[in-house]
Design a protein around this ligand. Structure first.
Ligand SMILES: *Cc1c(COP(=O)(O)O)cnc(C)c1O
Length: 368
């Protein structure tokens, strides 16, 4: 299976998995328990917290698309993060990029306050590499970062981390496996909020962890079975269905985002545009931040909502939404200022997206 290219792996998510009936599409196995053929025997499935056939079908595809030996799907991206970090010894020292998903930052802060882990935060790749020492146990990055869209060189960070005996974890939510496979570049663990691009339709909350480290996988599997942050069979099915079109959705989102970024760069209302050229995430800083409420109110094709990675374009105000838990002075110190809007570009027609932004940014009163 892993020899196929990603488009094939995605289109084939979960298919031909049911020898008994020949069902093409993965069945949704709702049963929480499984009949044992005889005393002392098992079909391989006992209880759904441990293992579920629908979830297993999904995990096979998730592992394959990240070029991983193992994948675990969880009930949310945060559940994946907490499951992973909970497996680390108390006292672990973690170097993380400062520009992080607000929820990850919030949980990290709480762990630090409880004396469980120590965190050091870096505002650039250079600064991150300089902070990795023999005392570092784990390095955690999102690339590109959220919402400032700074890319890290995974290979370089992995090399420095490994030279100091540390492991690298990459949150690959923004680029998805379409644009980036962190494991072959040297990362030890990949994390996803599968709620975003992997699902793609804003109707599933899910997370995933992928690794080639058998011992780590077994520990995570054990911990997940013990504590229960698993994905329901129905959500596993929906996520598999979403995965089938990931490549197409990403291609279209990227095309649209490139055009939207071009429009924004020449807009008189915009100070800076943050876009890497790949994927659907674009951030902008406005010249006049007092106009943000009226701009958000005037948009019609874009929906003012948190989250990202779906077929519908969304616009987020990180200062009060996704990153509200990061204190303002901390946010401002690394460039997440109150004039920033984050756009998740969907698969609509680019002309409609641009026209919508134009009418809102150019404040044509009365045209509403
Ligand atoms: C949304 C998000 C998370 C958290 O995932 P949930 O599925 O909402 O729990 C983590 N990392 C990034 C980059 C995200 O965008």
């Amino acid at each position: 299976m892993t020899d196929y290219k990603i488009d094939t792996l995605l289109a084939h998510a979960g298919i031909n998995s049911d020898d008994r009936t020949g069902a093409l599409v993965s069945p949704i196995h709702l049963s929480t328990t499984y009949q044992h053929p005889e005393f002392g025997q098992s079909t391989g499935f006992d209880y759904t917290r441990t293992k579920n056939p629908t979830r297993l079908n999904l995990e096979k595809t998730l592992a394959a698309i990240e070029k991983a030996d193992y994948a675990l799907v969880t009930s949310s991206g945060m559940a994946a993060l907490v499951l992973l970090f909970s497996s680390f010894p108390v006292g672990s020292q973690i170097v993380a990029a400062r520009d992080l998903y607000g929820g990850s930052f919030r949980w990290f802060n709480e762990q630090e306050a409880n004396g469980r882990f120590q965190f050091r935060y870096a505002h650039s790749e250079e600064n991150l590499l300089a902070q990795i020492t023999a005392a570092t146990d784990y390095v955690f990055i999102e690339t590109p970062t959220n919402p400032l869209m700074v890319e890290f060189d995974i290979e370089k960070v992995a090399t420095v981390a490994h030279a100091h005996g540390a492991k690298l974890i990459v949150d690959n939510t923004f680029y998805s496996p379409i644009y980036q496979n962190p494991l072959p570049l040297g990362a030890d663990v990949v994390l996803h909020s599968a709620t975003k691009y992997l699902s793609g339709h804003n109707d599933v909350l899910a997370g995933a962890l992928m690794t080639n480290d058998k011992d780590l996988y077994e520990k995570l599997f054990y911990d997940q079975n013990t504590t229960g942050p698993t994905l329901s069979p129905f959500d596993a099915y929906l996520l598999m269905r979403g995965l089938k079109t990931l490549a197409l959705r990403m291609e279209r989102s990227t095309k649209n985002a490139q055009q939207v970024a071009d429009f924004l760069r020449q807009s008189g209302a915009v100070r800076d545009v943050y876009y890497t050229g790949k994927g659907g995430m674009v951030s902008v800083k406005l010249l006049d931040e007092t106009r943000i409420p009226s701009i958000l109110n005037q948009l019609k094709v874009f929906t003012f909502a948190e989250s990202l990675g779906g077929v519908e374009s969304l616009i987020t105000y990180p200062a009060t939404q996704t990153h509200a838990d990061i204190p303002a002075e901390v946010r401002h110190s690394y460039g997440l200022t109150d004039d920033l809007l984050r756009l998740s570009i969907g698969i609509e027609d680019a002309d409609d997206l641009i026209a919508d932004l134009r009418q809102a940014l150019e404040e044509e009163h009365g045209k509403i």
